[in-house]
Design a protein around this ligand. Sequence first.
Ligand code: UD1
Ligand code: CA
Length: 505
Amino acid sequence: MSKTKPSSRAKRPSSEAKRSSPAASFLILAAGLGKRMKSPLPKVLHEICGEPMLVALLRSLAGARADAEIGVIVGHGREKVEAAVRAAVAANPALGKLRIAFLVQSEQKGTGHAVREAMATEWGRERVESGAPVVVLPGDTPLVPSALVEAVSAPLEKKAALRLLTCTLAEPKGYGRIVRAGGKGTGAVLRIVEEKDASPKERAIREVGVSVYAFDSAFLAASLPKLTTKNAQGEYYLTDLVGMAAKAKKKIATLGWANAEDLRGVNDLWELSQVERTLQLRIVEAHARAGVRFLDPYSVAIEAGVAIGEGVKIHRGVVLRGSTAIGHGVDIGSNTVLRSVKVGDLVEFKAGCYAENSIVEDGAKVGPYAHLRPESHVGRQAKIGNFVELKKATIGEQTSIAHLSYVGDAKIGARVNIGCGFITCNFDGRVKNGVRKHVTVIGDDCFIGSDVQMVAPVEIGKGAYVASGSTITKNVEADALAIARARQENKAGYASRLRQMSEKE
Ligand code: UD1
Ligand code: CA
């Protein structure tokens, strides 16, 4: 993965910059219809690696400036967008200091219209009064790194109307092309032409605009009212401000960004999966470099919020989601899926496990094909074997449930051995005082034979034995042996008599 840094073309604002000027504010374009997504969800809420695109962008912003002043322009699906941002801020301490305002674009008439409406609000007027530059970012470009945010939001060059971020793409289709004087791609920027308005010659230009700009707020406020809809899409184009600045002979600073992958926009579901693939590889690479072994880095899905310790081995097709946190030296078998699971050190998940909102302590062994439903807690060095389902169950240290069992609403002590085919019967078909499920408690050091059912509520005292094939309906005291099955009777010679009878018929 190449490092993200401005290319040699980038003009870093240095001595020229007004050092004393107030810090830039940010405007995020997130009101659009996202028609090309062909999806009912607002575009910016589509997830990449487990979080909405807009939230990924906010994290990058917070990485550059933890207390950034941000106006999020909302419109289409605004309630959903606002709710998602609020939820992300509440859940993610790194976003906690951002000062976020939601600014409403009542109708979606283009990117220029969105910024015009935003700047007409109280929030916008305050920006103009403060004289701080306004950095515009598109909400549909989630891989923008913090370093880029820092570079674009540096104080504006003296007398510049704006700083324009550009990028050169092998496939510029769909992006606004940067038209420069002299036609060789080296002269001063004259304007941006949108794909739909471009001549064939202009379409051949590979330098593009990516909806990232830092505007002098006075220029912005003075120019936005002059935008028109005289173009192929009948929209107010924010890109037209570039041509306006050039015509008025105002200074346009440019910042070239070398890593095109950072600036990939998402307009449809294919582009979403492309961008997600890029982010996925970046996440996997970061873990690998931090000491995680991936047997097939291209087959796994690791969400952004997952933490993984050193010396962990991850086999093909593993999916780690949500707030999953894995300790050191863990081995995760093929096609295992963990969602918000806390895993201690030296745990082993064999192939094909599914676990959710659960805890697995150090040295436990799980699977193959085990199912840990929410609120399961597997103790140190416990063993949960194949086709075992846990739900709201606490399993003590070194306890073994090795085969084909259902353990729900249960509290099982340490060093318990549970045979094959054990079932907690936690539901009696009735809901009483809001209680649906009953609890099974098994004390430490018990031995539970195979094919045992426990009809809850029921409690087995410490060190008790339960014979195979028992259906336990009453509590068992400590150290007792419980047998609850029909007594066996052997009838001598009965089998051959049966055979003779069937031959005569
Ligand atoms: C825009 C740029 C184009 C650039 C490209 C990639 C314009 C006219 N074109 O095109 O030069 O190469 O982005 O970055 O600016 N939005 C609103 N309100 C609206 C319309 C859009 O908030 O009325 C938001 C969208 O939610 C989106 C962003 O603005 O986050 C960009 O809109 P989109 O329709 O994706 O523009 P592009 O066609 O990609
Ligand atoms: Ca776009």
